[in-house]
Design a protein around this ligand. Structure first.
Ligand code: ZN
Length: 131
């Protein structure tokens, strides 16, 4: 399998850089991130046939606090990313994913500005939400 994603895309955080925080995932989060990529993000990438611009991926607790993330956020476990795709509306991305058969835990339209998608191996709820 040829994966389109780079580790750096999933751990990059402007907030972490700004505050000189090492946003390196622990080994369990890394394991979750690989499942997220292999079983969810890569199939979505192939469905959309366009690059996904990841705006937030893994967040350690310091970074999560700085971006006002929920204390139980799946970003903390490496199970979620936020992304946008050039030339696609958030609504269109969500529609394509939810009608594709791709497995996910939560698929959220966040403020009409980005898509949040998470994957929780063996416990995917297939929830579609709007915030
Ligand atoms: Zn998110």
């Amino acid at each position: 399998m040829n994966l389109n994603f780079k580790m750096s895309e999933l751990i990059h955080s402007d907030k972490a850089i700004e505050h000189n925080i090492n946003n390196m995932p622990d080994i369990n989060s890394l394991d979750n991130m690989l499942d997220l990529i292999v079983f969810c993000l890569q199939p979505v990438r192939e469905l959309l046939k366009k690059p996904m611009i990841i705006t937030s991926g893994y967040r350690n607790s310091q970074v999560n606090k700085l971006v006002n993330g929920k204390s139980n956020s799946q970003h903390l476990k490496g199970q979620a990313v936020d992304f946008v795709v050039k030339g696609e509306t958030i609504e269109s991305i969500i529609f394509k994913i939810r009608t594709s058969g791709i497995e996910y835990d939560q698929l959220i339209n966040e403020y009409g500005r980005w898509v949040h998608i998470s994957y929780n191996k063996g416990n995917n709820r297939m929830m579609v939400l709007k915030m």
